[in-house]
Design a protein around this ligand. Structure first.
Ligand SMILES: Nc1ncnc2c1ncn2[C@@H]1O[C@H](COP(=O)(O)OP(=O)(O)OP(=O)(O)O)[C@@H](O)[C@H]1O
Length: 210
């Protein structure tokens, strides 16, 4: 069953088109891994899908409210404890049980620690635990494994697998292999937008000699 369908999508950063004519579908129970070199536009695409910036063109079949977005910055409330952060998010998303999420991301021993006192990887685990209490079907993840050690990457991959097995889907920008058999890869290189000024200036340059 198709959960998300994207057609003719063009996205921009700083007023310039970055990727254009992007099309893909994402089925329930599957993950799509976005690949491409630094700066190709993975973050820009994910931010656009999550409703944080407008698209230049195209259609996205599902609204941002169906997506749980986890960005580079973990969005933690630094003075609240791990447990308080989780409780806060559970109330925002009107879900209740934070206990399984604490266990899934191995945060139980840290649950009374203020978020600001966590290590980078522990903060990342807390940011990812948030996904588990959103109750949202499509996870949109930007470099989710940054700062994670091997054991935590495995925990995270297991959490994604659990989400997929209950009919969820995930869109993940990552440079590493998460070992997810359910994942397809989408290479973004073919969608790279041509810089508009290049064509325009070259045209003007050529014209000057005609
Ligand atoms: N705030 C900004 N204003 C203007 N341009 C930006 C801004 N942030 C990023 N860009 C540019 O937009 C393009 C796409 O950046 P984006 O962060 O989406 O790439 P990415 O594929 O996620 O890269 P990485 O793998 O390094 O995370 C890049 O050329 C980048 O320089």
């Amino acid at each position: 069953m198709t959960m998300l369908s994207v057609e003719g999508l063009a996205v921009s950063r700083g007023g310039l088109p970055v990727l254009e004519n992007i099309g893909f579908t994402l089925e329930a129970g599957h993950a799509l891994v976005l690949r491409g070199p630094n700066g190709i536009g993975k973050t820009t695409l994910l931010r656009t899908l999550a409703g944080l910036q407008p698209a230049l063109a195209g259609t996205v079949s599902m609204p941002p409210e169906s997506m749980a977005y986890a960005a580079h910055s973990d969005g933690l409330k630094s003075t609240l404890t791990v447990r308080e952060n989780m409780t806060f998010w559970a109330s925002v998303y009107a879900t209740h049980d934070i206990e399984p999420a604490l266990d899934r991301m191995n945060l139980r021993n840290l649950d009374h620690r203020a978020a600001h006192s966590l290590s980078a990887g522990q903060k990342r685990r807390l940011g990812l635990a948030r996904l588990l209490v959103t109750g949202r079907p499509i996870w949109v993840l930007d470099e989710p494994t940054v700062s994670l050690d091997t054991a935590s990457v495995a925990l995270f991959a297991e959490a994604v697998r659990g989400h997929l097995s209950t009919g969820g889907a995930a869109l993940i920008a990552t440079h590493i292999d998460l070992g997810l058999e359910e994942a397809r890869v989408l290479d973004l290189a073919p969608f790279k937008a041509k810089p508009p000024e290049e064509g325009g200036m070259q045209g003007a340059f050529d014209e000057a000699f005609l």
